[in-house]
Design a protein around this ligand. Structure first.
Ligand code: FE2
Length: 413
């Protein structure tokens, strides 16, 4: 038995004590009401949250940022895809595992315990997928890792891409991916979305599609995802990632689609730092922000999560796996600056991400649930966001798996 005392819980007044027995959270009571336990820890009023959920990253790409000679000249998504296509065929499973593990460690040091990663399967040997399948198994006691069979170069733009996606599902990928805006034509893009949903039905998997990751207002594959999710009944098992073009749609079209998204029940993932850097590249001023309509989606009651997308790869040279930075960027870029919006900021990287991963039942800090939580170096949600607070403690199945000391001012002004 262990007690974590004086925790500030999200969206609840006062302080609480958390009693952990083995791998479970058995009681959460107002501070001072629980009998002493053999092991105790005083959290001193710090904010406790369910662990962060990384809902969109590419672990097979991390730490592959190019040298100055090799880096993309245009800074665009499409040039980065071409660069990656040149590089990926020479990678070994061991090398991918080593880099992916560095990425996982970096995220877990920042409070992540759940990761959904896209894995490029447009490579005949499926080397990256095999590497990530091994890591999923090796890490399963410390990390929930969900793998997406992601055809980076398309179902049809890459010869045999559709068959490679299916083979990845047979090998054990959890989610069906896609990238319709990269296919040659609108028709092939639509066909790829239909194929993704057909595969999800056939293999009983989730769907998460890179969708309309472009400023082109004519890119409207999000309607295909909503329609397939609605008519197949897959609903909230489906996710549209990026949907940057929605920021460029006419209000009339976007307004119409909001009710369709709601009806379909799909999730959205936005990657604020990546989207604002990769998009707007063809604009003179005024320059678009590249973000989907996060504030309008949230107001319409549609699930949105924020994610990292890249850590130092051909698409984005920065990124440190610290999701609170995505909340900071996302709230700014989406004009979500009311006290209520800021106070709910952590939702984007906690419960909203859990809904996207479809793990709500086992997720969250609650009595009877797994003892999985993190402790932030802040006394409230507002302070956590304002200071972009670090994570001091990560508890997984009742065990402390990561601990940091708070940063200390040694000499003041
Ligand atoms: Fe991505």
């Amino acid at each position: 038995m262990k007690i974590f005392r004086n925790a500030r819980l999200r969206k609840q007044p006062g302080l609480h004590d958390i009693l952990v027995d083995g791998e479970k959270t058995v009681r959460i009571a107002p501070a001072g009401r629980l009998e002493p336990a053999p092991e105790e820890r005083d959290l001193q009023g710090r904010l406790v949250s369910a662990p962060y959920v990384e809902s969109h990253i590419h672990l097979d790409y991390v730490y592959t940022a190019m040298t100055p000679e090799e880096e993309t000249k245009s800074g665009t998504l499409f040039e980065a895809i071409d660069r990656w296509a040149d590089a990926k065929n020479s990678l070994s499973k061991e090398e991918i595992k080593e880099r992916a593990m560095r990425g996982i460690r970096q995220e877990m040091r920042n409070g992540v315990q759940y990761i959904r990663t896209h894995v490029d399967v447009t490579e005949p040997k499926l080397t990256a997928l095999k590497a990530l399948l091994e890591l999923r198994e090796e890490m399963k006691d410390r990390l929930y890792l969900q793998l997406i069979a992601f055809p980076q170069e398309g179902y049809y733009a890459y010869p045999g891409g559709d068959e490679l996606v299916e083979e990845a599902l047979r090998l054990g990928a959890d989610v069906v991916g896609g990238i319709p805006h990269y296919e040659f034509t609108r028709e092939l893009g639509e066909k790829s979305v239909k194929k993704a949903f057909a595969l999800a039905e056939k293999y009983d998997r989730l769907v998460d599609i890179h969708c309309d990751e472009t400023d082109d207002p004519q890119s409207r594959f999000v309607e295909c995802i909503a329609s397939e999710a609605y008519y197949t009944g897959l609903g909230s098992r489906a996710t549209a990632s990026h949907t940057c073009a929605m920021g460029s749609y006419s209000n009339a079209y976007a307004f119409k689609m909001m009710s369709k998204f709601k009806k379909a029940g799909i999730n959205f993932v936005s990657c604020p730092t990546e989207n604002c850097c990769l998009q707007g590249r063809y604009d003179a001023y005024p320059r678009r922000r590249g973000l989907t309509r996060v504030d309008e989606l949230v107001k319409a009651g549609i699930n949105v999560s924020f994610a990292q997308d890249s850590i130092s790869d051909p698409w984005y040279p920065l990124g440190d796996g610290n999701l609170i930075h995505q909340v900071d960027f996302g709230l700014h870029l989406a004009h979500m600056m009311s006290l209520e919006e800021i106070s709910c900021g952590l939702d984007f990287i906690t419960e909203n991400g859990a809904r996207t991963l479809h793990i709500e039942e086992s997720y969250g800090l609650k009595e009877g649930g797994p003892a999985n939580f993190i402790v932030l170096d802040a006394g409230s949600e507002m302070e956590a966001i304002r200071k972009r607070a670090g994570v001091l403690l990560s508890v997984r199945n009742g065990e402390i798996i990561m601990e940091k000391t708070p940063s200390k001012l040694v000499r003041d002004i």
